[in-house]
Design a protein around this ligand. Structure first.
Ligand SMILES: [Zn+2]
Length: 356
């Protein structure tokens, strides 16, 4: 790798990291400007804590992208996502790794869960029950293990975060994949729903809903330029690329942007056009469940999708057979006819028109 390539990779990783923290209202990396509330004790429950999607070290971005696509080929960047990029200069192999989704795919899976600190069985069970709220509608569930889990939870300092989907497989076994700072049995149930279900969504591969176009549109560019210049030192082009151009707009199975989605976190009114904050979700809502059921279908269940074609418009016996399908595909290819053939077709077409 040349020096300039290394600089580019480092910059891209920093951008991805800072963007997810900034837009997510995260307060790690010594960024103290986006949280007006005084901090409580280090490992105490903080009702105003934001969330950051943790990103892997730069050196692992390409490898993790390969992992994600090997587990679930649909994770590869879509043409639609790439068509969104107005600035072709940023389309590098490194940049494309940021467009790879991290969903586990439709194969039913059971992910094991362990805890980094000594944790009572009652607390383990309670956290697990909220993680498995998703499992009521999808083919991925979570189960406790006394060994080292695939999902590893710490309740120590660091706020709330999770790595995204299949990225958790790249985290060393002695590090947590999810952080739930200060969660105890005394933490309000509402926070179990808001925070643990949200972080579990990240573990399932769901990104932040507020990166979606409709919600990004509510952000006042001028306020965002000032805000991110002050807090991150970004110039205008950087804010355009990383905050005002949603990367996940064309991700698979996109639903309408939903600011009450559990995957949408609060954004301050100070950077929106009308001064109103983006509210953020408090629990998994019907749209979240429907989305999860489509990405992680439970075998034998056909999720009901509003507006979708009815399943029984025709009998299975009427389905287009493979031979007909192949012929139909061939028929769409333009034939390189000789001029003579083309002339005769034109003549025939003309004759038809005259006799019609
Ligand atoms: Zn989050």
């Amino acid at each position: 790798m040349t020096k300039s390539e290394k600089q580019l990779r480092d910059a891209l990783a920093k951008i991805a990291d800072v963007a997810s923290q900034a837009v997510g209202g995260g307060n790690t990396s010594g960024n103290n400007d986006n949280n007006e509330e005084p901090k409580e004790g280090e490992t105490e429950f903080d009702p105003n804590a934001g969330c950051s999607i943790k990103t892997l070290p730069t050196r692992l971005l390409a490898k993790a992208a390969q992992t994600a696509i090997a587990i679930n080929p649909v994770n590869a960047p879509t043409l639609g996502a790439m068509a969104n990029l107005e600035n072709a200069d940023v389309i590098t192999p490194e940049f494309l790794t940021l467009l790879v989704s991290k969903y586990w795919g439709p194969t039913p899976r059971r992910l094991t869960v362990s805890f980094m600190e000594a944790t009572s069985q009652a607390l383990k069970n309670k956290i697990l029950s909220h993680m498995n709220a998703w499992a009521t509608r999808e083919c991925i569930s979570f189960v406790l293990t006394n060994g080292t889990g695939q999902v590893r939870i710490s309740r120590g300092p660091g706020g709330y975060y999770s790595y995204l989907g299949t990225d958790i497989l790249h985290i060393p076994a002695n590090k947590q994949t999810m952080n739930l700072q200060g969660f105890t049995l005394a933490t309000p149930d509402s926070e179990y729903r808001r925070v643990i279900r949200h972080e579990t969504g990240h573990t399932l591969g769901f990104p932040h809903e507020h990166m979606r176009q409709e919600l990004v549109n509510r952000i006042d560019p001028q306020k965002a330029y000032a805000y991110f210049l002050q807090t991150q030192g970004w110039n205008k082009a950087m804010v355009d690329a990383q905050v005002l151009t949603p990367l996940n707009q064309a991700s698979i199975f996109g639903t309408a942007a939903d600011q009450t989605s559990i995957m949408c976190y609060h954004l301050p009114g100070s950077i929106t056009k009308n001064g109103q904050p983006i509210i953020g979700g408090l629990d998994i809502n019907a749209t979240d469940y429907a989305f999860a059921a489509r990405i992680y279908p439970i075998p034998g269940h056909t999720p009901v999708i509003a507006g979708a074609t009815s399943d029984d418009d025709w009998d299975a016996s009427d389905d287009v057979d493979n031979q007909t399908l192949e012929e139909a595909i061939r028929a769409t290819i333009m034939q390189h006819n000789s001029p003579t053939d083309r002339d005769s077709e034109n003549v025939l077409a003309g004759a038809d028109m005259h006799t019609a």
